[in-house]
Design a protein around this ligand. Structure first.
Ligand code: NAD
Length: 422
C-alpha cells in the first residue's frame, strides 16, 4: 500500500498521487513535492479501533479536527481531494512499469538504479552492464532486491566487445523506459570529438537494441556529449522509421544545480525554486533562465553572470573535488531519476514538466534544443517555448546558438554515416 501523509491544511491522510492530483494546476509540481516532504507520515490505525476504519472518510476525519481553519474551510477541498482520489485510483492502474538502466553498475548507474527501484511506478528493474564493470550487474541487482519495495530487480551482463543487440532481449523486452548512463567519462586531455566517437558507438549499440526489443520505450540518454549524442541517436531512430521523440537527452542536473545555487544565495528552500535551463548540456550551451523563476529573479542583476557561470562549471567543480577520481555520479543519479520518474508519472497519466534535450521547434533554425518538455501518456507530449528572456539571457542565447550549431552537426553527420541494425 502506498504511503499516506497528513496534509496539515486539513489534517487528512493522502497518498502522493492524491495530493499531487489535488494541487495540480494550483501550484508548481516542485512546490507540491516540497509540501509533500513537509507532511508527516500518517500512522496506520488498527482495524476496529479508534475512529473505526483504517482509512476513515476524509470528510469525517477533517471534521473531527479541532483547529478552526481545519473546521472552517476544508469541506469543499476535502471533497475535491476525495474526487481526485477516485480519479487517481482509476488512473493508477496505468503503472507499473519495467525500466532498464544500461550501465547500471557504473558510477551514475548505481545510484540511479537505486532511486528508480524506490519509485512506486517501477514494477521491474533491469540492471545491464559489461563484465568489466566495477561490480557485476547481478551484484547491484542482488543488493537492490533487498529493499522492501515491490520492485523485482534483475541483473544482466554482456562480455565487453560484444553487441548489446545479442545480449539484451530479456533486459529490454517490455521496458517503458531505458536510462543510459553507459559510456566513458571525459579524461583529461581528451577532445570532445574523441569522446563523441567512443560514446556514440556505445550509445548506438544500446539504442539499436532498444529499437529491436522496446521501440515504444522512452530512451533517456545521459551519456556525454549529450549535445551531439542525442541528435545522432534520434536521427538514427527516424532513419529506421521509429519516433525520434522517444530519444530524450537528460539535462536535469543543470536544473537541479541552478535551483540549489539560487537557494544558497537567497536563503530560500531550493525545493520551491524552478529555474528552467535551456540550450544544451555542456559549457556555454547551458543557459539557466533565472528571470523565469520567482525567487531567482529577485537576485541582483550584477550577480547573475557569475551565477550563470557557476551552473555551467558545476561539473568541473565536482571533478576537481573528486581529485580526478570521477565526475558527478550521485547528483547525476538523483537528477536522472527525477527525469525518469517524471517520464513514468506521465506514462501513468500524470503529466509532468521537466527540461530535456529533444528534437524540437522551440528555437528557430535548430532541430534539437533543450527546453521545458511536457511528459504525458505517450512520452514527450509537448515541447514548450523558451519564453521571455532578460537582457543577459538574450546575449547569452546568441553564444548558445553558436556553440550548439556545431555540436548538433556532429551528431547529424554520425547519423548520416551509420544505420541501426535490424
Ligand atoms: P562509469 O565509468 O562509472 O560508468 C559507466 C558504466 O557504463 C560502466 O559500468 C561501464 O561498464 C558501462 N558500459 C560501458 N559500455 C557499456 C555498454 N555497451 N553496455 C552497457 N554498459 C556499458 O561512468 P559514469 O561516471 O557513470 O558516467 C557515465 C556517462 O555519463 C559518461 O559518459 C559521463 O560523461 C556521463 N555523464 C552525464 C551527465 C549528464 O548530466 N548527462 C553527468 C555526468 C556524467
Amino acid at each position: 500500500m502506498s504511503e499516506k501523509r497528513i496534509d496539515p491544511d486539513d489534517k487528512t491522510a493522502y497518498t502522493w498521487e492524491e495530493l499531487a492530483a489535488y494541487y495540480k494546476g494550483k501550484y508548481k509540481k516542485k512546490e507540491v513535492e516540497a509540501y509533500w516532504e513537509e507532511c508527516k507520515p500518517a500512522m496506520r490505525q488498527k482495524k476496529g479501533k479508534g475512529k473505526g476504519a483504517a482509512e476513515p472518510e476524509p470528510k469525517a476525519k477533517a471534521k473531527a479536527k479541532t483547529k478552526a481553519k481545519a473546521e472552517a474551510e476544508p469541506k469543499a477541498k476535502v471533497k475535491a481531494k476525495a474526487k481526485a482520489k477516485a480519479v487517481v485510483k482509476k488512473a493508477a492502474k496505468a503503472g507499473p512499469f519495467k525500466v532498464c538502466v544500461c550501465g547500471g553498475a557504473g558510477g551514475i548507474g548505481q545510484p540511479l538504479s537505486m532511486f528508480m527501484a524506490m519509485d512506486p511506478n517501477v514494477k521491474e528493474l533491469s540492471i545491464f552492464d559489461l563484465d568489466i564493470a566495477m561490480v557485476p550487474p547481478a551484484g547491484v541487482a542482488a543488493d537492490l532486491s533487498h529493499l522492501e519495495k515491490k520492485v523485482d530487480v534483475k541483473g544482466y551482463v554482456m562480455p565487453v566487445g560484444q553487441k548489446p543487440i545479442d545480449h539484451t532481449e530479456a533486459a529490454l523486452t517490455g521496458c517503458s523506459l531505458v536510462l543510459i548512463p553507459a559510456g566513458m567519462p571525459r579524461k583529461p586531455g581528451q577532445t570532445r570529438d574523441d569522446l563523441f566517437k567512443i560514446n556514440a558507438d556505445i550509445a548506438k549499440g544500446l539504442v539499436e537494441a532498444c529499437a529491436k526489443y522496446c521501440p515504444e520505450a522512452i530512451v533517456a540518454l545521459i551519456v556525454n556529449p549529450v549535445n551531439s549524442i542525442v541528435p545522432a541517436m534520434a536521427e538514427l531512430y527516424e532513419k529506421k522509421g521509429l519516433d525520434p521523440m522517444k530519444i530524450v537527452g537528460v539535462t536535469t542536473l543543470d536544473c537541479v544545480r541552478a535551483a540549489k545555487f539560487v537557494g544558497n544565495i537567497t536563503g530560500k528552500n531550493p525545493n520551491f525554486i524552478n529555474v528552467p535551463v535551456v540550450g544544451g548540456h555542456a559549457g556555454k550551451t547551458i543557459l539557466p533562465l533565472f528571470s523565469q523563476d520567482k525567487t531567482a529573479k529577485t537576485i541582483e542583476a550584477d550577480k547573475i553572470p557569475d551565477l550563470d557561470v557557476k551552473v555551467q562549471d558545476a561539473g568541473t567543480e565536482v571533478v576537481n573535488a573528486k581529485n580526478g577520481k570521477g565526475s558527478a555520479t550521485l547528483s547525476m543519479g538523483y537528477a536522472g531519476a527525477r527525469l525518469g520518474k517524471a517520464v513514468l508519472a506521465g506514462l501513468a497519466g500524470f503529466r509532468r514538466v521537466e527540461c530535456a534535450y529533444v528534437k524540437s521547434d522551440a528555437m528557430e533554425g535548430f532541430k534539437y534544443f533543450t527546453s521545458k518538455v511536457v511528459f504525458g501518456d505517450k512520452g514527450v507530449s509537448k515541447v514548450l517555448p523558451i519564453g521571455d528572456l532578460s537582457e543577459h539571457e538574450k546575449t547569452r542565447m546568441e553564444e548558445v546558438k553558436e556553440a550548439m550549431k556545431a555540436e548538433i552537426e556532429t551528431g547529424m553527420k554520425y547519423a548520416e554515416a551509420n544505420d541501426l541494425a535490424a
